[in-house]
Design a protein around this ligand. Sequence first.
Ligand SMILES: C[S@@+](CC[C@H](N)C(=O)[O-])C[C@H]1O[C@@H](n2cnc3c(N)ncnc32)[C@H](O)[C@@H]1O
Length: 321
Amino acid sequence: MPNRSHHNARHIAMNLLRKRGLKHSSANVAMAPSTAPTSHIIAVMDCLTLLRGLPSGSIQLVVCDPPYNINVASWDDRAQYVDWAGQWLSEVERVLAPSGNLVIFGGLQYQGEAGSGDLVSLIGWMRAHANMRLANLIIWNYPNGLGAHRFFANRHEEIAWFAKSPKYYFDLDAVRSKLDVLRLERYKRDKRLNPDNLDKGINPTNVWRIPRLNGNSRERVGHPTQKPKQLIERLVRALSYPESTVLDFFAGSGVTSRVAIETRRHSVSADVDSMFPTYFRRHLDQIDGGGLLPKDYVLIDPADWTAHPLFRTASQAAASP
Ligand SMILES: C[S@@+](CC[C@H](N)C(=O)[O-])C[C@H]1O[C@@H](n2cnc3c(N)ncnc32)[C@H](O)[C@@H]1O
């Protein structure tokens, strides 16, 4: 797979300038990312209802952390699970922009319960039915977890990253790992390595060591399977750009929208659980400092979302006055 690290925000902005017949110069300050508030939709809604209402090509990144267990849904065998998943995976491919990315969380350990799925079955569906390419399988390695006696205690979960097209967006510079002084000096003596890149930091690789949230973590907002902000943030920074739109239709606590607010992306998040807005409000309390800090985001009322320009595709936007 070619290295796409040059597809960073600056190149995208410069390409945009060129397409609009403008040169890149300090006179074009109007083309710089705006300081307008970002928009966020927080909906209690079924994933398919939400997805079917979104225009094609409107989303840059889908963060997908699906339920895998029959006990929370009505399907009764694995084939039915995969049929259901196939419906939302097809919609994901449709709503993604050509530069778009999809990340799916899950484990590979299929336990064989009737009606449950796993990441392998979703990757299998993508291979058979989608035109997207598997860009990376990321290993999320966490140091904390349950003990075990009959097998090795599990300390990882997988994240499958699919790119919509060869033009996918990937900003490696946004997520490079900084080297400590000693390692930096040592690496700089190696003539095969580019010293400028070493100063920016190194590729974090596809094995990410990030702790899971402990029960008493300050980040916790009450959702039982809440993912750490640090994990979502690395995905959002690398696979979307400021003021693009990030979608999470199994939103859980709403951590993806929280990260979108903090990194200046727009977002759409939905979950069937009526507790979702309550969890999300707790995230906002952590961001806003109890209402003391200025807000640079707006929450859109779900009743107004279809009219919001956030959801206009490029052709719709061009056709409108
Ligand atoms: C694994 S959790 C997501 C956790 C989330 N990533 C976080 O970090 O907070 C999966 C979520 O999918 C939701 N869900 C299950 N079926 C759904 C459906 N048909 N449509 C939308 N959400 C659904 C569940 O309520 C649950 O909150």
